[in-house]
Ligand binder design. Sequence first.
Ligand code: PMP
Length: 382
Amino acid sequence: MPFSQFAAKLAERQQAGLLRSRRQIDSPQGAHIQIAGRQLINFCSNDYLGLANHPAVVQAAQQGAAEWGVGSGAAHLLAGHFGPHQALEDRLAAFVGMPAALGFSTGYMANLAVITALMGRGDAVFADKLNHASLNDAVALSRADFKRYPHQDLAALERLLAASTAPRKLIVADAVFSMDGDIAPVAALLALAEQYDAWLFLDDAHGFGVLGEGRGTLAEFGVVSPRIIYMATLGKAAGVSGAFVAGEQVLCDWLLNTAHSYVYTTAMPPLLSCAMQASLDLIEAEPWRRQRLAEHIAALRAGLQDCCELLDSNTAIQLVLLPDNETAIRIAKALFDHGIWAGAIRPPTVPTPRLRITLSAAHSSDDIAALISKLKALMAKP
Ligand code: PMP
């Protein structure tokens, strides 16, 4: 069977301006990066606190490699679970205020683990329509009924819950939505979970490290419950890689015993757990990073409010709505030509075209000012 059928499909995407491609970066992650010999201000990364290339984190990784080697060599349940893995799990559980935590190599795998291990045929998953793709994929893999509600529409969620006779119910939401930047009403979601005897699964990929003094979105709102399953990734604000699920001890034991994306995969290199310890030290000891990020968010919103239509977001993920795909591509390209990198995000990834700007504590006030002035100029002349 020839692969040319895909060549034709790719050509179609190219014609529609929807072909995905990568840009090769020739410097470490940071506010300023190098691409094809040019310096750019980077508004595309999730390194919200500027820790991905922090010397203390890098040094911890180097020491971890010297002490523990490079590869873990096996899955956790075989010979792959090392001291640094365990120490990190214990510390993460305490940090987010949950009884237990279980480490994963990626957030994608953690999401697959939770939903497939808890849910099966005849169960029902209630999901926000703008949830991350990994959560949607997990539901499909679990074979549970997939009930999606319009973004942040709790009345619609409640109608779905009230109508359900499924033996097990799971409400799933991004805690901070990756393409809209808004925060889920976690206390209200928990109240619905209690009322309808459901579990609540929150994906805090974009809140951990930033909200709740670094402890995440649940800590931000003081929400605690044994029916909550919490997932956060370690490759965004934490600057390293991997993820963890936190919740009741029995939940973590169940995942460890049954979740395929935990059982049948090589453990994360222990050196990354060492790096994560150093990252957590900084997350705890340096609140100025969150403070500076908050200042950048406020400055950007104030600077753009007169010339751009902004989505209502107070997080590091800021969106400028644009009338059509062509404008989104044109603005992103013009910014790029001026040394500023921000992503044009278009349907079907999002409902409407937009420029996605992610801010970091690593940015300077001058970086933010440069973005505002270039964007202002571009929005003024069509
Ligand atoms: N959930 C959300 C909301 C995300 O944005 C991401 C990363 N794009 C993930 C999960 C997946 O995490 P990871 O990159 O660690 O696989």
